[in-house]
Design a protein around this ligand. Structure first.
Ligand code: FMN
Ligand code: FE2
Ligand code: FE2
Length: 411
């Protein structure tokens, strides 16, 4: 972990984390960067904190030397967001400081969380949209509440001098970041593409359910002259901050759809009968030239399935009946997709049963409960393995779905 300078008077501190499930459930095979920033005027402020799952890296405090900032010189601690990946360092910071000569700035909604998470009740200055903090030397920080990106208490901080936005979870991504090249201007096209893929999965897994608040936050951001975007996770955007803003706008719009003219096929099967229906549907879809992504569950983790569904305008669900209900791994993933608010998809479902069926009924319940408003073709449930006629029908449905997806995307 090494400090780097974002711009004059603004420094980045970061630690990469891997070998964990993010938020206790999302795989991060490429890791994630936890970013913190120090902003210096005559006074110094630290924005968010670096906190890994093992706790606060000792070096965080040693790195302050590189910025010529002493721990005791930090006058303000700015908590944009109370989720422990950003606020978890508050206790060690307070302990190492050993004094209370610093103020914590956060929104009013963060105040009760400060007490319940860390027992902190003193030296708190609640701020609201439009409030500012003068650090001296011409450096004024402005605050903007961006509720529900990602928790209700979240705000963004903006340095009016360098026109740097610190939006915390917004505009963030998965993916470990090298201390040698944490800025978009140091990365080649392939590396930027990597972070786009990681941002897309981060959005689907972490931010998707808050797509509407994210849109509102983006509108606020776009009213500011922003030269640099310095998020709580991922790379810092100095050359082309508009790129990550546009990507986030696109991801947020996928909630209502249409997304890309692509189809995600998710299937699970106990003994291979439902599985025999997958290939015919894929053939039908591909005969219309749409790109198809196929995921078997539970083999593929929901974190990856979500990214795929988020980016697709069409979804196919293949699931057998299990104890009068839907194959549990499929039920879990479809429910999660609903909770993440992937609305309005063009969809088709099929699956095998032995005597009663029931998968289809549970699917309807999940779709209604989550108000998903998916537009389904007539489902196909078959007994045991699919007959040749049923396979032909599955292919036909795939083709029909592809046509509907293309129409929606071209409308
Ligand atoms: C544990 C288990 C529970 C099942 N429960 C039902 C059921 O409640 N109703 C039904 O119609 N079939 C039920 N079946 C039968 C399967 O749905 C049927 O064998 C189907 O062809 C399995 O498809 P698959 O090979 O894609 O898993 C059950 C099968 C298993 C193994
Ligand atoms: Fe968060
Ligand atoms: Fe976060």
């Amino acid at each position: 972990m090494r400090t780097t300078q974002v711009t004059d008077g603004v420094f980045r501190l970061s630690a990469n984390v891997d070998n964990i499930l993010f938020e206790g459930m999302w795989p991060i095979p490429n890791g994630i960067a936890m970013n913190s920033y120090v902003v210096k005027g005559e006074k110094a402020a630290i924005i968010d904190g670096v906190c890994t799952w093992e706790g606060v890296p000792e070096e965080l405090f040693e790195q302050l030397d590189q910025m010529k900032v002493k721990l005791e010189d930090i006058d303000y601690v700015i908590i944009n967001h109370m989720e422990p990946d950003h606020s978890g360092w508050l206790e060690p910071f307070s302990a190492l400081r050993g004094d209370e000569n610093f103020e914590i700035l956060c929104t009013q909604r963060a105040v009760p969380l400060l007490e319940s998470f860390y027992g902190i009740t003193k030296n708190i200055r609640p701020v609201k949209s439009g409030d500012t903090l003068d650090l001296g030397d011409g450096r004024v920080l402005a605050f903007e509440e961006i509720p529900n990106v990602h928790w209700p208490e979240t705000m963004a901080t903006y340095d009016t001098k360098s026109k740097t936005l610190f939006p915390c979870d917004a505009f963030g991504s998965f993916g470990a970041v090298s201390d040698d090249a944490p800025y978009d201007d140091q990365l080649d096209e392939g590396q930027i593409d990597f972070f786009e893929r990681e941002a897309s999965r981060y959005f689907a897994d972490i931010v998707a359910a808050f797509s509407m608040p994210t849109k509102k936050a983006i509108d606020k951001v776009e009213s500011l002259p922003v030269d640099i975007i310095a998020p709580g996770h991922g790379i810092v955007w100095r050359k082309n901050p508009q790129k990550i803003v546009d990507d986030y706008k696109r991801y947020a719009s996928y909630s209502k759809g249409p997304a890309k003219p692509e189809v995600t096929v998710i299937w699970g099967s106990m003994y291979g009968n439902t599985e025999q229906g997958v290939q015919p549907v894929v053939e039908g879809l591909e005969s219309e030239g749409v790109k198809v992504h196929v995921h078997e569950v539970p083999e593929t983790d929901a974190g990856f399935v979500l990214q795929s569904v988020w980016e697709s305008s069409g979804v196919v669900l293949g699931m057998p009946t299990y104890e009068y209900k839907m194959f549990p791994a499929m039920a879990a993933v479809v429910d999660e997709i609903g909770k993440k608010k992937a609305f309005n998809r063009k969809a088709f479902s099929f699956g095998s049963y032995g005597w009663s069926g029931g998968a289809q009924k549970e699917l309807q319940e999940i779709v209604e409960r989550n108000k998903m408003k998916w537009d389904f073709l007539e489902p196909l449930e078959f007994m045991g393995k699919p007959t040749e006629d049923e396979k032909e029908l599955l292919k036909q449905r795939g083709k029909e779905l592809a046509v509907k997806v293309k129409e929606w995307c071209n409308a």
